[in-house]
Design a protein around this ligand. Structure first.
Ligand code: WTA
Length: 609
């Protein structure tokens, strides 16, 4: 069943065939669940759409029919989705997987440049996007961004054959006859009850790819498998959320990230859950939008990020107290370590002291939660800030850099010692990078020992509880979003004024971390507030708004080793006001003074929050 012969390219459920649609949709159609609400969708302006399992099933079937007949998508092809949080996103994902087409969802906050990189790498045949959507009361015109990305991709030799456009905001869009098709026209071509048999796929085929940031500039296309992902997600969903028939589940993440794939699309649908799905900003038009939705839909199970909790907590308890949140029975968090005081606030103020907090540690690469409480099996006593224990089948450990086990209470590096079904299959078109990134830190291939390295710090306490302590590599965690520092540095270096750039994740009271950039200018350029804005704009256009540095500080030198490597560790220590530690490999001590001066002002800014 598990093929270990080509480790670390483990293959799960070899010989089996399935299609995730069967478990997410088809299994419900002749049961009571068919009439149950699958999604209560709410747009930011307050418009709503309710989809039952039966309606979802038929819309997915019709769209799959239209994709197959009118776009020529075939099993094994790839399609990129650049869509906001509207029902057409899960519908499109399901229609594609029904046909065996691999989807690559790109977060709608990414820039055209970032989208183009992902279209090119995936060689996408079809792009699905939207005219516009609502964010903080404004319409974001996504089709225009998508068009730019298509031109950029074409310049790099990848020609998208069809662009399918959902009408959401009703705004005018640039139109290209022969290339662009309205989603409603496409689906309108399909017979009302067009049925498409789910295409049988090998358990070891690719279900989807999702790009995530790593330690080099180029994002990695994490591949998830048909059989392993499905099986693991089904089980973990049950263990995490203890699903019951009357539940209303709300994962307040974006489907553009893995959390949304697993906990808004595949996991809940495989359990016949009723869900809330929300388009807009969490504090728009008022700071109580989230709590108002919990009350309105009687949400029982709520899952979000520490960043959002910190933000909502800052607005003050009066916004919470306006609402009856007594329907909540389980609360979850994901994406970052949760501060114990925020945990306690969540537990007392939001859950009324009766809803356990399910703190789930996992990654894009792991498919679903790995270390977390499991109320669906048996709940252990919780400790605020700890994700408790590994889930069944997950063999986690904490090691020192030399590979020896860390003692209880000693900070070390988290590792996973055995493969698990939800694990990534590899990196799209880059097998070497897969081995190098995840399996080279502690593995001993000569001894047949393969150890998965997630690049997270962790401590295991005397009771065996795991405490996750943040990234151990050059990856930042900004408001729960993964961003590579090198990715930002590469973006800054595209500006003609920049000679050298260093980016670190500086601590931030709400967002966890924010990117802070230090740049050395080329001859002939002078520091100025205008240039700082220009450099921020460069990052915005290369990656997207989420990556824009809090500040771009100008320095004459960066701390480097004698071999020329930037010492981000020193910069970070200075930003955090810690001792800089060992400076023996530093090339020029004057650089430390230079950075110290530059970060002084930034530090006082951060202290004010
Ligand atoms: C961090 C998100 C502490 C961690 C599902 C990991 C966490 C990275 C937690 C993956 C948690 C995720 N406690 N840290 N409960 N959950 N992380 O790929 O550093 O966007 O490596 O997946 O988020 O981020 P990704």
């Amino acid at each position: 069943m598990l093929d270990r012969s080509n480790a670390p390219f483990y293959r799960w459920f070899v010989g089996a065939e399935t299609n995730i649609n069967i478990n997410a949709l088809d299994r419900w159609i002749n049961t009571d669940v068919a009439n149950k609400v699958a999604y209560y969708w709410e747009g930011e302006p307050g418009d709503t759409r309710t989809l039952s399992y039966r309606e979802l099933y038929w819309e997915v079937n019709r769209l799959a029919w239209a994709f197959r007949e009118l776009t020529g998508l075939k099993p094994g092809d790839t399609a990129t989705l650049y869509l906001p949080m509207i029902p057409e996103l899960p519908i499109s994902m399901l229609a594609l997987t029904r046909l065996g087409v691999i989807h690559s969802v790109v977060f709608s906050g990414f820039s055209p440049q970032a989208l183009a990189d992902r279209i090119v790498d995936a060689k996408a045949k079809v792009l699905i996007t939207v005219d516009g959507f609502y964010r903080r009361g404004r319409v974001i015109r996504l089709k225009e961004e998508a068009d730019k990305a298509i031109r950029l991709a074409r310049d790099r030799g990848v020609t998208v054959e069809k662009v399918i456009v959902v009408r959401r905001a009703g705004v005018d869009v640039p139109w290209h006859e022969g290339l662009d098709v309205w989603y409603h026209d496409l689906i309108g071509e399909a017979p009302v009850k067009a049925y498409v048999r789910p295409v049988p796929r090998k358990a070891t085929d690719v279900l989807f790819i999702l790009y995530t940031s790593g330690t080099t500039g180029k994002p990695k296309g994490v591949m998830h498998s048909v059989g392993g992902y499905m099986t693991y997600v089904y089980n973990v969903f049950k263990w995490n959320w203890d699903p019951r028939p009357g539940d209303v589940f709300w994962c307040a993440a974006d489907i553009g990230w893995i959390t949304g794939h697993t906990y808004i699309v595949y996991g809940p649908l495989m359990h016949g859950m009723t869900q809330v799905m929300y388009e807009g900003a969490p504090d728009y038009p008022k700071p109580d939008r989230i709590w108002a939705l919990v009350e309105k839909y009687d949400v029982t199970t709520f899952y979000t990020s520490p960043t959002l909790l910190r933000l909502l907590r800052k607005y003050g308890d009066e916004w919470v107290e306006k609402h009856d949140l007594s329907s909540l029975r389980l609360l979850g968090t994901v994406g970052e370590p949760i501060n114990p005081e925020v945990w306690k606030w969540y537990y007392k103020k939001i859950g009324g002291g009766k809803a356990p907090i399910v703190d789930t540690w996992w990654q894009t690469e792991t498919g679903a939660a790995m270390i977390s409480p499991a109320p669906g099996i048996s709940l252990v006593p919780l400790k605020p800030g700890s994700a408790t224990y590994p889930l069944p089948g997950i063999v986690a450990d904490v090691l020192r850099y030399d590979g020896s086990p860390a003692s209880p209470g000693e900070k070390g590096l988290l590792v996973i010692r055995e493969p698990w079904p939800g694990m990534l299959m590899g990196i799209w078109r880059d097998p070497d990078r897969y081995v190098k990134t995840y399996w080279s830190m502690f593995s001993r291939p000569d001894k047949g020992v393969w150890i998965y390295y997630p690049a997270d710090f962790a401590v295991r306490d005397a009771d065996g509880y795991f405490w996750l302590l943040g990234r151990a590599d050059e990856v930042m965690n900004v408001a729960g979003h993964r961003l590579g520092t090198i990715e930002l540095e590469d973006a800054l270096l595209t500006h003609p004024a920049v000679s050298e750039a260093a980016v670190v994740g500086a601590p931030h009271p709400v967002k966890g971390q924010v990117p802070l950039a230090l740049v050395v200018l080329r001859e002939g350029y002078e520091p100025s507030p205008e240039l700082e804005e220009e450099l921020k704009e460069t990052v915005r256009s290369m990656i997207g708004p989420i990556a824009v540095p809090a500040r771009v500080l100008f320095v004459r030198k960066l701390p480097k080793t004698r071999s020329g490597k930037i010492m981000r560790r020193i910069i970070l220590a200075l930003v955090e006001g810690r001792p800089v530690g060992d400076l023996s490999t530093l090339e020029d001590p004057a650089a430390v003074e230079e950075v110290k001066r530059a970060v002084e002002e930034f530090r006082s800014l951060m202290r004010e929050g």
